[in-house]
Structure formats: C-alpha cells, structure tokens
Design a protein around this ligand. Structure first.
Ligand SMILES: *[C@@H]1O[C@H](CO)[C@@H](O)[C@H](O)[C@H]1NC(C)=O
Ligand SMILES: *[C@@H]1O[C@H](CO)[C@@H](O)[C@H](O)[C@H]1NC(C)=O
Ligand SMILES: *[C@@H]1O[C@H](CO)[C@@H](O)[C@H](O)[C@H]1NC(C)=O
Ligand SMILES: *[C@@H]1O[C@H](CO)[C@@H](O)[C@H](O)[C@H]1NC(C)=O
Ligand SMILES: *[C@@H]1O[C@H](CO)[C@@H](O)[C@H](O)[C@H]1NC(C)=O
Ligand SMILES: *[C@@H]1O[C@H](CO)[C@@H](O)[C@H](O)[C@H]1NC(C)=O
Ligand SMILES: *[C@@H]1O[C@H](CO)[C@@H](O)[C@H](O)[C@H]1NC(C)=O
Length: 292
C-alpha cells in the first residue's frame, strides 16, 4: 500500500504536460456511455485514472506495472469498457440522470501527466400524447424530456399556445394547445422534435367525440326548449321581459365560437346540464346551435 502511494506521489509531482481536448458525450438514459481516453503520448502509461469533478465521486485507476485496478466510491455501473492495459475507456451502464458531469481521464508516464476531459450529458426522450378537451382544443404534451422537446402543428396555427413545466430532476414537460373551433380542418398533426426521437401524432377532427356530445346536448336542449317555450306561453305576463333578452344570448354565443382562449391544464370539465338550464332561463333555444 505504502509503495503504491509512493509511486502515485512521484507521478503526481511530474510536470503536467497537457490538458487536452474535450470530448463531449451525449447518451440517452438507460443506454451505455463509453468515455474514451485517447493515447496522446508516445510512451506507455504507468498509471491511468478516471475521476469526476465532484467530492466523493467515483475514482477508478489502473497500474500497469502491477496490472491492478483500484476503485473508490464507484458504483458497479462504472467499469472499464475493455482491458485497461489495452484501452482505458470508461463504461457507464445503464446511464442515469445523476451520472451527468465532467469526467477526467489522466494518465501518467515518464513524460508527464496527460489530461483528457469528457463532459457527459444524459438525454431523456419525452413521453408524447395528443388528446383534446371539451372546448375543441387539441392538446399535445411532451412529458419529462431532456432537453425540452419542440412541438409544432400541421396546419400551422396562430391559435396555438404553449406551457412549460421544469422538473427538479432537470427534465421539462411542454404542453401545446391548438384550438380548431373556428376551422374546418379534417385532421390536426402534432410534431414533436427531440434529440432522442421525432414523433408525429395525428388526430382526426371529423370523428372526435365532440360532434356526438354536441348533438346529444342539442337534442336534450331541444326537449328542454319545448318545455321552456310552453312555460313562456303560460306566463304571458313576462313576454316583454323575454323580448328584451332576445338579442343578448345570440351575441354572446357568437363571440364564444369565434374566440379561442388557451385553457389551463387543470380545466374544469363542463357538465352538460348547464346548457339546457341557461336556455330555459333565456327562453331562446336557438342560441345553442350557434356554438356548434
Ligand atoms: C501510445 O502510443 C505509443 C506509440 O504508438 C505506444 O508506445 C504506447 O504504448 C501507447 N500508449 C498506450 C497507453 O497504449
Ligand atoms: C466516498 O463516499 C463517502 C460518502 O459517500 C465519503 O464520505 C468519502 O469521502 C468518499 N471517498 C472519497 C475518496 O471520495
Ligand atoms: C492483467 O490481469 C487480468 C486479470 O486481472 C488478466 O486477464 C490480464 O491478462 C493481465 N494482463 C497482463 C498484461 O498481465
Ligand atoms: C399569423 O398571424 C400573422 C399576423 O399576426 C399573419 O401574418 C399570418 O398570416 C398568420 N398565419 C396563419 C397561419 O394564420
Ligand atoms: C423527472 O421528474 C419528473 C417529474 O417529477 C418525472 O415524471 C420523471 O419521470 C423524472 N424523470 C427521470 C428520468 O427521473
Ligand atoms: C429528427 O428530425 C430532424 C429533422 O427533422 C433530424 O435532423 C433529426 O436527426 C431527427 N432525429 C431523430 C432522433 O430521428
Ligand atoms: C373565424 O372565422 C371568421 C370567418 O371565417 C373570421 O372572420 C374570424 O376572424 C375567425 N376568428 C378567429 C378567432 O380566427
């Protein structure tokens, strides 16, 4: 042991000849990362070490004269890729988000110490979904990606909006909303672009459950409207009041149909009974069809 550290001490006091080039490595989570330590000296190395730029991080070394490896604080996921005497490349498998950092390979020989830096970046492919909500807004979500995914739409829309959520583990969720209430597109396509994957999701707008929902709501509204109309006729003394209100609801509905506002992620679900009730109060059953 004492002899080992004596050799190490001698080697460390030799002049540092070179701090060599960076080799940026980017690996998808769960895959294998191989960090190379290229031979940049003409003389065989006596000692090769790998360490990370943090306290209590893995320290892996190989001594050629003893053909011996020593490990300090290294998880079993971190090993030599090959026989270190032949090629001292470092292998990390499977790669985790916590493995990100700058790794330094240092080798020492009679010429001096040589450094080689390998900054490791872990990328995480996002989980992608395309759904729609009750107000005819398509929702494309790329969850927990690293780096953040890019979302775009076909057809390109001025009426799309985006939200972003940053998670403590460095991943990002992006949500894009596309309102098609005022359009006649047969389908909408969400394109998700990411370093680890590209994905295209298509939603057919003609056969979404909305049509059915609106038809059902319309039918229910019709039934209630008949009752409402009957009641209106019965309470004739309110006729003047009803005439005054007649303009109001139609204007309101048109405005709602043409204006798209991005919904919040936690949008409250609309309960169908709300429609018939408001129609009854207004005594103006036709206004519901304008919102279709
Ligand atoms: C590096 O290359 C030199 C010359 O090609 C060779 O003598 C030396 O053994 C090599 N070093 C390592 C660590 O393989
Ligand atoms: C190894 O890790 C422990 C805690 O995880 C720490 O106390 C210790 O100093 C580390 N050793 C080295 C050599 O970094
Ligand atoms: C070094 O040791 C390993 C086993 O620990 C052995 O497979 C290899 O042949 C040895 N290399 C030399 C050069 O002695
Ligand atoms: C988006 O809006 C800009 C002006 O605000 C307009 O020039 C452009 O044509 C619009 N694009 C689409 C696809 O509607
Ligand atoms: C990162 O955090 C988010 C939110 O907490 C979680 O959904 C995701 O699975 C995490 N990703 C990894 C790779 O740990
Ligand atoms: C994703 O698409 C872009 C261009 O559209 C391309 O440059 C990139 O290589 C693709 N990435 C993957 C992982 O397929
Ligand atoms: C909806 O369409 C009409 C006519 O096609 C247009 O005048 C209006 O500006 C559109 N509204 C929005 C919000 O795009």
């Amino acid at each position: 042991m004492a002899q080992k550290w004596a050799v190490l001490a001698v080697l460390l006091f030799l002049p540092i000849n070179l701090v060599e080039a960076h080799n940026w490595v980017s690996v998808e989570i769960g895959r294998e990362a191989v960090l190379s330590c290229p031979n940049i000296s003409n003389v065989p190395s006596l000692l090769v070490t790998w360490r990370r730029n943090c306290r209590s991080c893995c320290f892996l070394s190989y001594r050629r004269d003893h053909n011996e490896t020593s490990r300090l604080n290294c998880s079993e996921r971190i090993t030599w890729k090959y026989s270190p005497g032949r090629d001292p490349a470092l292998r990390i498998y499977p790669v985790d988000l916590g493995d990100e950092g700058i790794y330094t390979c240092e080798f020492a020989n009679t010429e001096g110490n040589f450094h080689f830096l390998s900054p490791l970046t872990v990328i995480v492919p996002p989980t992608v979904t395309l759904t729609h909500d009750k107000s005819r807004v398509a929702v494309c979500q790329a969850s927990a990606g690293k780096p953040a995914a890019d979302i775009s739409w076909i057809p390109a829309s001025n009426h799309s909006s985006e939200e972003e959520f940053r998670h403590p583990n460095g991943t990002v969720t992006r949500v894009s909303y596309f309102g098609w209430a005022n359009s006649s597109f047969p389908s909408v396509t969400c394109l998700v672009t990411h370093a680890a994957m590209n994905q295209t999701l298509v939603m057919d707008l003609r056969y979404t459950s909305h049509r059915l929902l609106y038809i059902l709501t319309g039918a229910a509204a019709g039934t209630i409207a008949v009752i409402g109309l009957t009641l209106c006729l019965i309470f004739r003394h309110r006729a003047c009041c009803l005439r005054k209100r007649a303009q109001g609801p139609a204007e309101h509905s048109t405005a709602r149909a043409s204006k798209f506002s991005p919904p919040r992620a936690t949008r409250a679900t609309v309960s169908p009974p709300d429609f018939p009730e408001s129609i009854y109060v207004n005594c103006k059953p036709r206004s519901i069809y304008i919102t279709l």
